[in-house]
Design a protein around this ligand. Structure first.
Ligand SMILES: NC(=O)c1ccc[n+]([C@@H]2O[C@H](COP(=O)([O-])OP(=O)(O)OC[C@H]3O[C@@H](n4cnc5c(N)ncnc54)[C@H](O)[C@@H]3O)[C@@H](O)[C@H]2O)c1
Length: 370
């Protein structure tokens, strides 16, 4: 198969879809890989590393024109829409439920779009979302701690406290992969941590691994309001797979919060779990509403591009190789996990939560591929 990867052009996105090591894996199996000149530099990979691995350097236009499969990191941005063509496989994060415009574009272009974030194994886990969630969770506390500093508009609270001074309070809403990783770092920094979730099994698990070092709570209206009123840093980490995030923190809740408290809404890439969230960039990451600092960067892992690219590509490569070997249709028939990743196929929406988000007609992918 002819495969191509291009330089990401979303603001402050430094990751790249293929590392030189991935290129080598494709090339050694007889595939042809084109890499946009300079695509990996910000992630720490030189052009020569790609050519040494068997890749061919080319310009963006050539890559989109000649590749049967484009491997990216972020969803295509408007500057890239014009390059997409019928039948082309787009293998990347898509987060379609958060963007009607992108969904309509991919449908109109009749591409075959696989979203990393909805590839789902039999036990319900999301292997290509997990490494980025691990990174975003850990970064959420690092960034939150920074914006709690007075010069960045925060309350001026040190999460770990010092002898004789109370520790900072961190609330984490959603105790999945992001929440657990945020918890590890917050506990490590010495903060007082409370995790809210609606899944009893998850709360049980967190209580087991963190034991008495954290408090776990069911996310009820009462508990949420109480925790919000006491917290210095709130991390939004909920997920309904493939769907728009539920708005858990309403605008009215902000009035309960302390002046200069910080919300890091990691779920912003799925629309956000805070009513006042709007996506921000690494260039201009925060804004203030009702005296509460909001950090809502949609591509947080881009800030640590080298770690993120290595973590991401190690999970996307096996599915990418399967697509390259068998073609998208046969690959989806062979791998139920990959089939779940298919969101758009030849002008049809084949992922239920995306169809539901925009009232589009939905066709089960099995009907088209089996
Ligand atoms: N901004 C970024 O750069 C970035 C990076 C990675 C992941 N994310 C996003 O972070 C979010 C969390 O991802 P994850 O991998 O941790 O998901 P996950 O499925 O592992 O965890 C989500 C958790 O939310 C809980 N939950 C669902 N509804 C809830 C509710 N009403 N109240 C409390 N908890 C609730 C679930 O029970 C689950 O434990 C997703 O929206 C994901 O897209 C963003």
């Amino acid at each position: 198969m002819k495969i191509g990867t291009v330089k990401e052009i979303k603001t402050h996105e430094y990751r790249v879809g293929l590392t030189p090591s991935c290129v080598k894996s494709y090339v050694s199996r007889g595939h042809r890989v084109m890499v946009e000149t300079g695509a990996g530099i910000s992630a720490g990979f030189e052009d020569e590393d790609y050519t040494a691995a068997g890749g061919i350097l080319a310009d963006r236009e050539t890559i989109f024109r000649e590749s049967e499969m484009i491997v990216k990191v972020k969803e295509p941005v408007p500057e890239e829409y014009g390059y997409l063509r019928k039948g082309q496989i787009i293998y990347t994060y898509l987060h379609l439920a958060a963007s009607r415009e992108l969904t309509d574009t991919l449908l109109g272009k009749k591409v075959k779009a696989v979203a990393y974030e909805t590839i789902e194994t039999a036990d319900g886990s999301l292997p290509c979302l997990k490494p980025m969630s691990e990174i975003a969770g850990r970064l959420a506390v690092q960034e939150g701690a920074k914006y709690l500093e007075k010069t960045y508009g925060g309350r001026g609270v040190l999460l770990g406290g010092v002898p004789g001074v109370e520790r900072g309070k961190v609330a984490i809403i959603g105790g999945g992969v992001v929440g657990t990783n945020a918890c590890k770092i917050a506990v490590g920094m010495g903060a007082e941590v409370t995790i809210l979730d609606i899944n009893a099994k998850r709360l049980e698990y967190l209580d087991d691994i963190f034991s008495t070092r954290i408090t776990t709570l069911y996310n009820t209206d009462y508990n949420l309001e109480k925790v919000l009123s006491q917290s210095d840093l709130v991390i939004g980490a909920v997920l309904l797979p493939g769907a728009k995030a539920p708005q858990i923190i309403k605008r009215g809740h902000l009035k309960l919060m302390k002046r200069g408290a910080v919300i890091v809404d990691v779920a912003v890439d799925q629309g956000g779990c805070v009513e006042t969230t709007r996506p921000t960039t690494h260039e201009d990451p925060v804004f203030v509403v009702d005296n509460v600092v909001h950090y809502c960067v949609a591509n947080m892992p881009g800030a640590v591009a080298l770690s993120s690219t290595r973590a991401l590509t190690s999970t996307t490569l096996p599915y990418g190789l399967l697509i390259a070997e068998a073609g998208i249709e046969e690959a989806c028939r062979k791998s139920p996990a990959l089939l779940k990743g298919l969101n758009i196929y030849d002008g049809t929406c084949v992922y239920p939560a995306v169809a539901q988000a925009f009232n589009l007609s939905y066709t089960p992918p099995e009907r088209l591929l089996f």
